[in-house]
Write a protein that binds this ligand. Structure first.
Ligand code: NDP
Length: 434
């Protein structure tokens, strides 16, 4: 704490992992002897830089850019970029720290990193977004490379921003290095299913959790928070698997739509028009209601899938969900459930799929994009989706097997943290004191 003052979210993420891995440290004294914990908690490199840009009126703005290259024991740093006014070092470090274990869990050769800026894209014109992305990359490019550090999207960074970022990287370096960034458009080196991957992957993971309890999505009421990339494709896959998504949200409030969210309308409002969810409710012609400023978790459901942002689901929200009959939670977002909420779910016996495991489908598909870029290949949608589903099934099975091995059957938190940690710790040991 003294080394990293004020980085609240980072402390929270570290505490959650450390609370899980006690039993591994007992079995493997070599980890403590070689100070693996201290080494994992200290990023290999932290880059903070100035991002100057000009708005459409010619006014100059200065934002702060970040890239935390956390751990490269398993492969090049890999993790998204977030553009949101709340971004500061503590957020980037929490996300980068989580990313180490998530990437490890996928079984693919990728290390952990994360970055972003306190830039607020809301209300900015296309040209302002492009100028910002170009300025951001003008500094960041020197730290990237397909064997070094490979960013992707996150909150506020989607296909449009990835295009501008990649374009500037290409221009500065004079290299068409496709594998330097993932989430690219299909027409220029992007992979099928990357846009859908985090949401689809989370739905596949929850499907496995439900299967393990002898049930399925079929006929279940589901609530998904957020209405961005992860939320939209979670809704799509849940609907395909037979669930009914009755509510979604954004930072202004939520919409409840008892017959099930109209996905075409939601995509039109959010992806094409870049509007808010209240516009969805207005266009739905009386089928849906918008509720301003309240928590979406008050809407009764059997499955909850938080897919907006960190700490969006409190202990009280968890109690309401349990009281309303919620049996499973799949975290599409990173660390959306506050520690008190996690405790409530675990005590109530709710199947709790933490983000590190449940939302790993995005980064896994990014690694598949890197694989296709490296071999100058491009796979079909069906093949890519099958690979994603197999990866999610494998993560689910390993979480359960590891939880069993350490005497905590059904505990996905313990299973994911222990399995993710062990693979990284063993690689760090093998690579020596570096
Ligand atoms: P988007 O920017 O596409 O969407 C974010 C959504 O969450 C929006 O609906 C946004 O509403 C809402 N939101 C964001 N911040 C807040 C806040 N402070 N309070 C309330 N609502 C908020 O981002 P993504 O869908 O890509 O990311 C969502 C989550 O999933 C994040 O936690 C991210 O780290 C995680 N994730 C994303 C992956 C990916 O592949 N994109 C991979 C793995 C995890 P509004 O528009 O009102 O701000």
């Amino acid at each position: 704490l003294r080394r990293n003052p004020g980085e609240t979210e980072f402390h929270q993420a570290v505490r959650e992992v450390l609370e899980s891995i006690g039993p591994v440290l007992g079995k493997h004294p070599e980890y403590a002897e070689s100070k693996i914990i201290e080494r994992i908690c200290e990023p290999e490199r932290q880059i903070i830089f100035r991002v100057p840009w000009e708005d459409d009126q010619g006014e100059v703005h200065i934002n702060r850019g970040f890239r935390v290259e956390f751990n490269s024991a398993l492969g090049p740093y890999k993790g998204g970029l977030r553009f949101h006014p709340s971004v500061y070092l503590g957020i980037v470090k929490f996300l980068g720290f989580e990313q180490i274990f998530k990437n490890s869990l996928t079984g693919l050769p990728i290390g952990g990193g994360k970055g972003g800026s306190d830039f607020d894209p809301k209300g900015r014109s296309e040209r302002e977004i492009m100028r910002f992305c170009q300025s951001f990359m003008t500094e960041l490019y020197r730290h990237l490379g397909e064997y070094t550090d490979v960013p992707a999207g996150d909150i506020g960074v989607g296909g449009r921003e990835i295009g501008y970022l990649f374009g500037q990287y290409k221009r500065i370096t004079n290299r068409y290095e496709s594998g330097v960034i993932t989430g690219k458009g299909i027409g220029y080196g992007g992979a099928q299913v990357r846009t859908e991957a985090t949401g689809y992957g989370c739905a596949f993971f929850v499907e496995e959790m439900l299967k393990a309890r002898g049930t399925s999505f079929d006929g279940k009421r589901v609530v998904v928070s957020g209405s961005g990339n992860v939320a939209i494709y979670t809704i799509e896959k849940v609907q395909q698997l037979g669930g009914t998504v009755v509510a979604c949200s954004d930072s202004s409030g939520y919409v409840v739509d008892d017959k099930g969210i109209d996905l075409d309308l939601l995509k039109q409002v959010k992806e094409v028009e870049r509007q808010r969810v209240d516009v969805y409710a207005k266009r739905r012609g009386g089928e849906a209601a918008f509720v301003a400023g309240r928590s979406v978790w008050e809407v009764p459901c059997e499955v909850a899938m938080p897919s907006a942002t960190q700490n969006e689901l409190t202990g009280r929200d968890a109690e309401i969900l349990v009281r309303n009959g919620c049996i499973a939670v799949g975290e599409g977002a990173n660390m959306p459930t506050m520690p008190e909420g996690v405790r409530v779910f675990r005590e109530a016996g709710v199947a709790f799929g933490l983000g590190k495991a449940a939302n790993a489908g995005g980064v896994a598909t990014s690694a598949l994009e890197m694989q296709q870029n490296a071999s100058r290949d491009s796979w079909s949608f069906e093949f890519s989706e099958r690979r994603l589903q197999e990866i999610m099934q494998d993560i689910h099975a390993r979480c359960l097997a590891t939880a069993d091995e350490y005497g905590m059957p059904g505990d996905y938190v313990a299973g994911a943290n222990i399995d993710g940690f062990k693979r990284v710790a063993d690689a760090i040991l093998a690579l020596g004191l570096i």
